[in-house]
Design a protein around this ligand. Structure first.
Ligand code: GLA
Length: 396
C-alpha cells in the first residue's frame, strides 16, 4: 500500500480514503497504521497563511520572508501552520522570451525560487497564485493555454501549493479549465497542492474532487466583517457531504487579526472554520500579531477540531432564529459542538447529546475549548452565548 501511495500520490490517497482503507482515526488496524506512517501532504486541511486579505497587491519578498520567520518565532509552525502562500500581483506584466512566467523583479529580486528556498530552509512550504484565464484578477498574465509550461515552472521553482483563480476565463467551462491544470500538475515531478478558486461557481464541490483538486472555494471572497463571514458560513450548510480527506470545501481565508471584527466575532469565525474542516489560511499580518490574535490562531484545541477527521465535516444540526447548533464527530468518538449566537444579545443556546450524535449515557463531560473549563452535563447541552459569539465544546 505504501508503494502505491508513493507511486501515485494524491490520486491514490483520495481513492484509498474513498474506499475506506485509510482512516486518520485512532483505533486503526496495524496495516492502516503502516499506511499512515507517510501521510499525504494534503490528507488534512492545509494550514498556513496567504497575503491577500491583508496586503492585497502590496506583496514582496521581504514580507514573505519576514512572515516565514514569524511562523517560527510566533509558534505558528509548531502549531501546524505550514504553507506561506503568495497571492496575486507577484508577476511581471509579461512572460519572458521563452514564454515562462517571471516574478516582478522589483518585488521579488531573488525570484520565486529564492523565496521558496528561504521558506523551505525554515521547514515551511511555499504557495503561489495563478489564474485559469487569460489574466489574473489583477490583470497579470494568466495560465489559460500555458498550463503545462506554468506547472513545470512552478515545480522548478520549488512551489508546493497552487491557488488557481477564475478571472478572465473567456467563458470556457470551469471543469475543462481546472482539469487542464490538474493534468499539468500531475505531470510534474513535485507534489503540488491544488487549490481551486472559482468562487463556488459551476459546483466545484462536484468537479473539484473529480479533477484532483485538494480544496475548492465554495463562495466569493470573504471580507473582514461579521455579516460577510456569516453569509459564507451559511453557504456551507448544504455542502458538508462533499468534503473528505485530501479534498476540502474552502470557505475562504481567515480574517482573524485584520481588525474589523471583535475578539468575540473572530473567535466565532475561527471556531466555525475549524468545525467545517476548512483550510486554516491566516489572512492577517503575522509579523505583528497581537497577543489576542495569537491566542485565537494558536488555540491548539480548536486547531485539533479542524485537523481531525471523524467521517464527515462539521455541519449544522439546528437553527432557531439567531441561535444555531453545529456539530462535528471526532475520530475518538467525542463530538465538537458549536453553540452559535448570531443575534444582538446574550442568549442561551441548547441542544441534546442525542441531536449531536452522542451515544445515550447518563452524563457527559464537556470541555469549553476557549475557557478550557470542563463540566459534567446530562442529556441537554447548553450555554449562555454572547452576541456574535460561539461556545465551542468537546463533549464525550
Ligand atoms: C480573487 C480571489 C481572491 C484573491 C484575488 C486576487 O478575488 O477570490 O481570493 O486571490 O482574486 O486578485
Amino acid at each position: 500500500m505504501i508503494a502505491l501511495v508513493r507511486a501515485t500520490g494524491r490520486a491514490a490517497m483520495t481513492m484509498l480514503f474513498a474506499v475506506g482503507l485509510l482512516l486518520p482515526v485512532q483505533g486503526v488496524t496495524a496495516a492502516q497504521h503502516v499506511a499512515l506512517a507517510a501521510p499525504s501532504a494534503v490528507s488534512l486541511p492545509p494550514m498556513g497563511w496567504n497575503d491577500w486579505n491583508h496586503f492585497h497587491c502590496n506583496i514582496n519578498e521581504q514580507v514573505v520572508q519576514q512572515t516565514a520567520n514569524a511562523f517560527v518565532s510566533s509558534g505558528m509552525l509548531a502549531a501546524g501552520y505550514q504553507y506561506v502562500n503568495i497571492d496575486d500581483c507577484w508577476l511581471s506584466h509579461s512572460r519572458d522570451a521563452s514564454g515562462q512566467l517571471q516574478a516582478d523583479p522589483a518585488k521579488f529580486p531573488h525570484g520565486i525560487k529564492g523565496v521558496a528556498d528561504f521558506v523551505h530552509g525554515l521547514g515551511l512550504k511555499l504557495g503561489i497564485y495563478e489564474d485559469a484565464g487569460t489574466m489574473t484578477c489583477a490583470k497579470f498574465p494568466g495560465s489559460l493555454g500555458h498550463e503545462a509550461t506554468d506547472a513545470a515552472t512552478f515545480a522548478s521553482w520549488g512551489v508546493d501549493y497552487l491557488k488557481y483563480d477564475n478571472c478572465n476565463n473567456t467563458g470556457i467551462a470551469a471543469r475543462t479549465r481546472y482539469q487542464t491544470m490538474a493534468n499539468a500538475l500531475k505531470n510534474v515531478s513535485r507534489p503540488i497542492v491544488y487549490a481551486i478558486c472559482n468562487w463556488g461557481q459551476e459546483t466545484p464541490w462536484i468537479f473539484g474532487p473529480q479533477v484532483g483538486g485538494n480544496l475548492w472555494r465554495t463562495t466569493g471572497d470573504i471580507s473582514d466583517n461579521w455579516a460577510r463571514m456569516l453569509k459564507i458560513l451559511h453557504a456551507q450548510v448544504p455542502l458538508a457531504t462533499f468534503s473528505h480527506p485530501g479534498a476540502w470545501n474552502d470557505p475562504d481565508m481567515l480574517e482573524v487579526g485584520n481588525g474589523k471584527m471583535s475578539t468575540t466575532e473572530y473567535r466565532a469565525h475561527f471556531s466555525m472554520w475549524a468545525l467545517l474542516n476548512a483550510p486554516l489560511l491566516v489572512g492577517s499580518d503575522v509579523r505583528s500579531m497581537s497577543a489576542t490574535t495569537s491566542s485565537i490562531l494558536l488555540n491548539r484545541d480548536v486547531i485539533a477540531v479542524d485537523q481531525d477527521w471523524g467521517g464527515e465535516q462539521g455541519h449544522r444540526i439546528s437553527a432557531k432564529g439567531a441561535l444555531e447548533v453545529w456539530a462535528k464527530r471526532m475520530s475518538d468518538g467525542s463530538v465538537a459542538v458549536a453553540l452559535l449566537n448570531t443575534g444582538g444579545g446574550t442568549a442561551t443556546v441548547h441542544t441534546t447529546a442525542h441531536a449531536v450524535g452522542l451515544p445515550a449515557k447518563t452524563s457527559y463531560s464537556a470541555t469549553d475549548l476557549w475557557s478550557k473549563a470542563t463540566h459534567t452535563t446530562g442529556a441537554t447541552i447548553s450555554a449562555r452565548v454572547p452576541s456574535h459569539g460561539v461556545v465551542l465544546l468537546r463533549v464525550s
